[in-house]
Design a protein around this ligand. Structure first.
Ligand code: NAD
Ligand code: DAU
Length: 354
């Protein structure tokens, strides 16, 4: 299969590209703008492999996207390019509106023009997978889980921009017949995760003996999925999913944030004993504005209809992740030099009053 992957130098995109190129021998064109979150080193093992190509480009540039479709002639698009960090969206939403909404629109238009010119068999087989998040569903109370029937209720600039892009992807199928499908996934973790997100930030701070910031009282719950399990689910969705359908993907691994942080402390203490237990580095800090309390995904439809299930438990996945960060300083050290983990996304009191 010839697949155009947007955002393939990012965290999930690079796991997907490594899986497609190194394990499945697929032909892949990565389209990536290489923002602060994109890093070609994350897919360096794919460089030079037959069928691998890289295009540094902005998905908002419709003319370049049209040219990429015309030249590469993909059989499927897997669209992951996005601004992805909730705290950054609170600090400044503009790039989220631009890339997540305008960029998805631009890509859908380029795909539509290309798809219209395909002959019948290629047209029927073409797929446009729009990769999205469970955050579009809002925040859960103590019980229940999101599934494909859950109404949208996005609450942060990030999730609102992703919700808009999901609606665009679905509308392009209903209106223009572009064979789009949507996946909504829970929190991912694993290797090559930019150290602004909870798990890599805590691992690197704890390794360095720095304070471990826990927002609010640490009772917020996320449903964690190992990134390589997500990559396999996305491939299953392109191969076996039906256009017009939505698939919710998750790991049935709900954890309180405080428990995640304590687990990381204990696993690091066992590997790199320090003078004092790392749990003493935990600091409860000002909460994230509009902090969603709980996410949980019911992945039954994806398991049933895509024949997918996760392979990694949270216990094995978090241990693998910590071991990866311990062994791969070459990857994260330059990123920490640029961004050392300062707090992002607090609204200054004056801005709130205004
Ligand atoms: P990431 O921030 O690690 O990577 C995003 C990638 O997109 C980067 O390589 C970046 O350079 C690229 N990019 C950004 N703007 C671009 C533009 N205008 N043009 C081209 N490329 C651009 O993100 P991620 O965590 O890998 O998430 C990938 C996708 O999966 C996103 O759509 C996100 O909403 C979704 N998602 C993420 C999670 C998660 O837990 N991380 C969970 C569910 C869904
Ligand atoms: O649910 C899927 C989403 O998961 C994806 O769509 C997003 O792209 C991805 O970033 C992630 O969003 P979260 O906001 O859940 O992830 P984050 O790692 O930023 O935060 C996880 C939880 O940890 C959240 O409740 C906030 C909290 N947190 C985060 C940071 C960075 C802390 O307590 N301390 C921190 O320093």
């Amino acid at each position: 299969m010839r697949i155009l992957v947007t955002g393939g130098a990012g965290f999930i995109g690079s796991a997907l590209v490594r899986h497609l190129v190194l394990e499945r021998g697929a032909s892949v064109l990565v389209v990536d703008k290489l923002t602060y979150a994109g890093d070609r080193r994350s897919i360096r093992d794919c460089e030079g492999r037959p069928g691998f190509a890289f295009l540094e480009a902005d998905i908002c540039d419709t003319a370049r996207m049209r040219a990429a479709f015309a030249e590469y002639r993909p059989e499927a698009v897997m669209h992951l390019a996005a601004e992805s960090h909730v705290d950054r969206s609170i600090a400044g939403a503009a790039p989220f509106i631009e890339t997540n909404i305008q960029g998805t629109f631009s890509l859908l238009e380029a795909a539509r023009g290309y798809h219209a010119g395909l002959e019948a068999a290629a047209k029927a087989g073409f797929r446009f997978l729009h990769v999205s998040t469970d955050e579009v569903f809002g925040s859960l109370g103590p019980t229940g889980a999101f599934d494909e029937t859950t109404p949208y209720d996005p609450r942060s600039p990030y999730s609102a921009s992703k919700a808009a892009s999901d609606h665009l992807a679905r509308a392009w199928r209903e209106t223009y017949g572009l064979p789009t499908l949507v996946t909504n996934c829970s929190n991912n973790y694993g290797p090559y995760h930019f150290p602004e997100k909870l798990i890599p930030l805590i691992i690197l701070n704890a390794m360095a003996g720095k304070e471990l910031p826990v927002y609010g009282d640490g009772s917020n719950i996320r449903d964690w999925l190992f990134v390589e399990d997500h990559a396999r689910a996305l491939v299953a969705a392109v191969e076996r999913g039906q256009p017009g359908e939505t698939y919710c993907i998750g790991g049935r691994s709900e954890q309180r944030n405080l428990d995640v942080v304590q687990t990381i402390c204990d696993l690091l203490d066992a590997r790199l004993p320090g003078a004092r237990p790392r749990r003493e580095l935990i600091r409860f800090v000002t909460d994230r504005p509009g902090h969603d309390q709980r996410y949980a995904i019911d992945p039954a439809k994806a398991e049933r209809e895509l024949g997918w299930s996760q392979q990694e438990s949270f216990e094995s996945g978090i241990a693998r992740t910590i071991d990866w960060y311990l062994a791969n300083e070459w990857w994260w050290q330059p990123l920490r030099a640029e961004y050392a983990g300062e707090r992002l996304g607090l609204i200054p009191a004056t801005a709130k009053a205004g």
